[in-house]
Design a protein around this ligand. Structure first.
Ligand code: ADP
Length: 269
């Protein structure tokens, strides 16, 4: 679909900042225009959500984001009858709204959701692009400007919680990781206001902390946490205090691991 035909005019001031790292922006646009669903894989805090907000704004489509959890059912996405002012009224869920309004529906950590969610996703993610609403008896056909984007973190996967091949093979897929050092430095500087040199030191430190992943840590320090750390430092918090609160405590509860992280931090600053 040509971009000129999308509904809202693009206002650059309202597009959330996202630094393109590879071909992800172009691939997202292709997926949108070709009406294909997209799967984003990658660790937490590496920019997936920001990327989707950026692209939705750039394409001028409303964004409906759902953080999936293990109690999330298909009715949370499609909608339900609710009692309102003595009357029972059908209320669309975020997925249904995105289909009706022609928006982007982003299901973050989709593997966390209950299994019945895949039942509504399957007809939407093949060439039928249909959303059956059993409760209302409707069968909605997704318009050209509807897009489904889902994400998950392969690092958290265990056998019971992974996407079945029959589901994942319905999506274009892209892997995300922490940005290369120079890009990450610029992102952290821009988001926090901390000068680039200090951000470069934080990004170097992140590389050594990320190298500890697997031995002692489940996850490496995220770009999000680096932004938090830089924001605190820019606000005048002493570096070691900022680092403890953002790069040590959120990563581990284990005293020995925390000590190892603090040692690496003290060696840098
Ligand atoms: P995820 O959804 O992967 O958990 P987020 O999109 O919330 O992560 O990213 C966390 C933060 O990292 C963002 O709020 C933003 O400050 C920063 N960030 C990460 N990558 C980028 C990028 N490529 N461009 C701009 N900001 C980024």
């Amino acid at each position: 679909m040509p971009l000129s035909s999308v509904a809202n005019p693009i206002d650059k001031r309202e597009i959330p900042f996202y630094e393109n790292v590879g071909n992800e922006c172009a691939m997202f646009e292709h997926a949108f225009r070709q009406r294909l669903p997209l799967l984003l894989k990658g660790p937490t805090g590496c920019g997936k959500t920001r990327f989707v907000s950026h692209m939705a704004a750039k394409l001028g489509r409303p964004l409906f984001t759902v953080s999936c959890h293990d109690d999330l059912t298909s009715a949370d996405l499609t909608g339900r009858y609710l009692l309102q002012g003595g009357e029972t009224r059908w209320v669309d869920g975020p997925l249904t709204r995105a289909v009706r309004e022609g928006g982007i529906c982003y299901l973050d950590e989709v593997v966390e959701a209950r299994k019945d969610v895949t039942v509504v996703l399957h007809p939407l993610t093949d060439d039928r692009r249909l959303l059956p609403l059993e409760r209302t008896g409707e069968l909605l056909e997704a318009p050209d400007d509807f897009m489904l984007v889902v994400s998950y973190n392969p690092g958290y996967q265990h056998i019971l919680k992974s996407l079945k091949p029959s589901t994942r093979q319905r999506f274009l897929a892209m892997s995300f990781d922490f940005p290369p050092p120079k890009v990450e430095r610029d992102i952290v500087a821009r988001e926090s206001g901390l000068p680039g040199e200090q951000c470069a030191a934080l990004v170097n430190l992140a590389a050594s902390l990320r190298a500890m992943k697997g031995q002692d840590l489940e996850e490496g320090v995220s770009t999000r946490l680096l932004v938090y750390c830089a924001t605190l430092i820019a606000a005048g918090v002493p570096i070691l205090e900022a680092a403890r609160a953002t790069l040590v405590e959120p990563l581990s509860d284990d005293a020995d691991v925390q000590e190892g992280l603090m040692e690496a931090i003290q060696a840098t600053f």
